[in-house]
Design a protein around this ligand. Sequence first.
Ligand code: ZN
Length: 432
Amino acid sequence: MKIFKLHFYKENSVFFWLILITIICVLSVTIYSKNRDEQSKKIKSSLENIYLKKIVKEITENLKPRYTVIEYTSKSGDTYQNIINKLDVKKSEKQIVIDTIKKEKALKLLKINQKFNFKLDNLTGKKVIEFVIETDKKNQIVFTRIAKKKTFKSKKIKKNFIKKLVYKETVITNSLYNSAINLGIKPNIIIEFARLYGFQVDFQRDVWKNDSFQIIYEEFINENNNVVDTGEIIFANLNLQDTDLQLYKYEYEKDKIEYFDENGKSIRKTLMKTPINGARLSSSYGKRKHPILGYTKMHTGTDFAAPTGTPIMASGDGKITKAGWCGGGGNCVKIKHNSTYQTVYAHMSKFGRGIKKGVRVKQGQIIGYVGSTGLSTGPHLHYEVIENGRKINSQKLKLPSGKILKGEDRKSFEVSKIKIDVLKSNLISKMN
Ligand SMILES: [Zn+2]
């Protein structure tokens, strides 16, 4: 009973307060409406107040992240200019960055797989406030903007990574890619491995079950013993039907690295057999029933089935003679490599950055992406090789090797090769 009473009084007091608040509200509304005109004028003028505008702008800008970080890894065919051009900043800003890079001796030569990191300040009309460029896997240069100036101060920093040489070997049971992944080899090493062998091996047809491979490559380990990055392939051997295809990394000139076989012959050829990674050869060169037209027709190229968007590489150095619509071929790119060879890449979904008629491309540079444009039943790359104006079978192409090491170069290569062989046996003995 007592409890009920208390409750009753409480409800009464709430009722009292409600009435009081209502009275206050009514009163204030009456007073306010009297000065309504004056008030609205005041509000209007304060909204137009430049300081308030500034504050509002700052608040909204603060809602967006102040800094944008852009990471990039250099690819074949890149220049500092085209990397910097990717940044969403003013032209004058780009020039400042370019000029800063040019002053740095250690960055004279842009290498493939060099890492870039840019920090943009979105608040000050998008300015680059810091950027980092790797000089090699263990060192980097940090450029910090001097406040409110158009210059950067630079500092060389050693990354705290330990370089480790890794040896892996296996028999191929399923696919080369799966066998490598099962061994714990990082995908970018597998891609590089496929690119290096892409000159001489057709992965679809030449690699059989029970073939094997060996590989030595660099790994970078941080203080927590985690692999943070991979470096270069030092040695590889692909054993196909009891034939060894060996390749040794060799620096034939300062900062110029190439891969040579055991006889000092460069593995690089004028053209690649497979200008695409991870693709399945779906239709080879020769007579076949056309999947869309229905009748038997000569298939003058090689088809590689791959998902839409898979990058397509220039199979050799050359000049683009067409990057546009080719009718049945859809979006296509044609490259003239020299007076003998031309290559064609058809059915692309889109072209690579900066790929247009007249542009020079490097072997391995991305020229476009797999698609199904033109007369096509599904995403694939139609690849043609033209030799002296005649279409030939790219998969049977026997191209002369590039560089052959002779004289002093050969001697120095032999020394480097022995070192790698010794390293290999050391790494193998540690495995057991
Ligand atoms: Zn085709």
